[in-house]
Ligand binder design. Structure first.
Ligand SMILES: NC(=O)c1ccc[n+]([C@@H]2O[C@H](COP(=O)([O-])OP(=O)(O)OC[C@H]3O[C@@H](n4cnc5c(N)ncnc54)[C@H](O)[C@@H]3O)[C@@H](O)[C@H]2O)c1
Ligand SMILES: [Zn+2]
Length: 577
């Protein structure tokens, strides 16, 4: 039997029992003491978090969305009944939708009963098969503690230790596994959309960080969603501009988490742009050393880049992203219905991150961006009306999904940046050293870096002139910057290069398009003189393009945001971090 067949068979039997309409207190023991439940529990306990065979099977059957539920179900034995049966309901929704209402209605009754918080394990160890389950418990203590006393269902770790006979020499190798889901959804705040309620309903509450601008437009919708679903909401609203990306903001969040005793298996919900993603994610990384979180990216930047990114951080001492932790969300939701309230300047700078993935990873995405052009921004990704609304809506969805897939493929294979072959760092080599100082919006700083990187690639004969022109035209068509005079500050740009080289383990490893659009290579050698001369040549090259390479509203202050240069610490040299 395949994994899916086994699950379907077990779910069918559980549903048949639940359909009997007995009181919850009777139904739970009937299910739990059955042979099929025992087989299911044992099989779940033994299921590895990552199993290529299962992944392939679920993919072939079009059931990829069931994978994270199966992964969470591995902990059913130790979970409260409400979490266990909530997972059954979720997975039934995907594998056998006709049975899902039975599970949902049982779950409703269970949530109101005094059995909800009791663990499956404790019920099993008191029931008819107590011996079997008590022995299982003893065995798990030694052989599979994650199945018995997990800290959270989202992570597990192991290590191997060898030591010399006198124990004076000890060697260890440690590994860690986690899993995450990415969903392109629409209207996640409609009461009937289960993606958030499935997580928070069994927990009974949701601790939520919201971007101030998001709160203004969607605050009441957020409140309504949780109240309609009977979930207590603890909502904290933060202003999240670049100047707020500080440890002080992170500390405030830690304070809120402490006051509410946020648990390590309880995902915090973050709804906002790139700054809130970075600082909220960092607060979660720090709280209890690790707290899971769900990211709803409400801007382009957070929807397809900062949101799913494991690189949580804040700025400090005049350096961008100086302090941080690798901590990916357990679920990232991209919902373009939020984009309708974004200002044009915010949309424009966000598109830079999509263009980035297109240039170095996805030629098809590049063509789609060329085809739709500025309409993508004018229509706010098809969320405001336009004569060609339906085609733009479809194209926007494809562009978001393509950008997300390319990004996730690049990022998640190298979660801890243990090597520097990172296509998604294209445009981010020199920009961290001049973004804050110039007051540029992140996307404009990145697009300048992308233009210059493509130019360097052409200078090395790695890229044809027509591809270079296509790249620079796409950037200017989207009204982004190719040029800013800060590039002429030789000392600053050289400092940016040396700092990023240090940060990248001694290699410049600057990702640039190589060979053709959609492919990536890495520049590792660039002397100070070459850098200066190439910048001067690049400046005159940019003159051939629209607005002489200048972007529209390139500065934070142009689009209603505080100028981050105002908070740079003048006692510290301004260089990249
Ligand atoms: N961690 C990473 O890998 C990563 C990747 C890319 C960018 N970033 C970071 O992201 C930051 C850029 O993000 P940002 O927040 O300045 O830009 P943004 O485009 O995410 O947001 C711009 C402004 O839009 C507001 N906003 C967000 N959603 C909104 C909505 N739906 N309606 C109305 N307003 C909304 C925000 O309050 C913000 O002030 C930079 O600090 C950058 O370093 C991090
Ligand atoms: Zn970026």
């Amino acid at each position: 039997m395949t994994e899916i067949e086994k699950l379907i068979a077990a779910l069918n039997k559980i549903a048949a029992e639940l359909n009997q309409q007995h009181p919850v207190e009777e139904q739970i023991p009937r299910v739990l003491r059955s042979k099929y439940f025992r087989e299911l529990i044992v099989s779940l306990i033994n299921h590895p978090m990552y199993d290529p065979k299962t992944e392939l099977e679920f993919q072939k059957q079009g059931k990829v969305a069931a994978l994270p539920i199966l992964r969470k179900m591995r902990g059913c034995f130790s979970q409260p009944t409400v979490l266990c049966f909530s997972s059954f309901a979720e997975i039934a929704e995907i594998l056998i939708p006709s049975l899902a209402p039975i599970f949902r209605s049982f779950l409703n009754k269970l949530q109101k009963s005094n059995q909800a918080g009791v663990t499956v394990k404790s019920l099993l160890c008191l029931d008819r098969d107590a011996d079997f389950y008590q022995n299982l418990t003893v065995d798990l203590e030694k052989n599979n503690p994650h199945a018995l006393f997990p800290t959270s269902p989202y992570r597990e770790s192991e290590g191997s230790v060898v030591s010399s006979s006198d124990d004076h020499t000890i060697e260890a190798v440690m590994t860690h596994r986690s899993f995450t889901s990415i969903r392109i959804e629409e209207n996640v705040l409609e009461t009937s959309n289960p993606i958030l309620s499935d997580v928070y309903s069994p927990l009974g509450r949701c601790v939520c960080l919201v971007d101030k601008n998001v709160e203004e437009s969607y605050g009441s919708k957020i409140d309504k969603y949780f109240s309609d679903n009977g979930i207590i909401l603890h909502k904290f609203v933060y202003r999240a501009m670049e100047i707020d990306k500080t440890l002080a903001s992170v500390e405030k969040m830690l304070h809120e988490f402490k006051n509410l005793s946020v648990a390590r298996h309880e995902p915090v919900l973050i709804i906002g742009g790139g700054v809130l993603a970075d600082i909220g994610g960092l607060a979660c990384a720090l709280f209890n050393r690790n707290t899971p979180y769900i990211m709803v990216g409400s801007s382009i930047v957070s929807a397809i880049d900062a949101g799913p990114s494991p690189r949580t951080c804040c700025d400090g001492f005049g350096y961008k992203n100086l302090t941080g932790a690798y901590h990916a969300p357990i679920l990232t939701i991209t919902d373009k219905s939020f984009f309708k309230t974004l200002r044009k300047g915010w949309l424009r700078h966000g598109v830079a991150e999509i263009i980035k993935m297109a240039i170095v990873k996805d030629a098809k995405l590049f063509e789609q961006l060329e085809k739709i052009g500025i309409d993508l921004i004018e229509t706010k990704f098809g969320t405001v009306s336009h004569p060609n609304s339906s085609a733009i809506n479809d194209a926007s969805r494809e562009i978001l999904a393509g950008a997300m897939r390319s990004y996730v493929e690049s990022e998640y294979g190298n979660l801890y940046e243990t090597h520097q072959c990172r296509p998604h760092a294209y445009g981010h080599t020199w920009s961290p050293g001049f973004e804050l100082q110039s007051g540029l919006l992140h996307g404009h700083a990145v697009s300048i870096g992308m233009g210059f990187g493509a130019f360097l690639s052409w200078k090395r004969d790695w890229l044809g002139l027509s591809d270079l022109n296509r790249i620079l035209n796409l950037i200017t068509d989207y009204e982004l910057s190719l040029w800013h005079k800060i590039l002429l500050d030789e000392e600053l740009i050289w400092n940016a290069q040396t700092s990023i080289t240090d940060k990248r383990g001694g290699n410049l490893a600057a990702p640039v398009p190589k060979g053709c659009i959609g492919e990536c290579g890495y520049i590792n050698e660039l002397t100070r003189t070459e850098l200066r001369n190439n910048i001067l040549e690049y400046q005159s090259f940019c003159n051939k393009f629209a607005r002489n390479g200048h972007g529209i509203e390139p500065l934070c202050s142009d689009v209603g945001l505080e100028n981050p240069a105002d908070v740079l610490d003048i006692n510290n040299p301004t260089k990249a971090a």
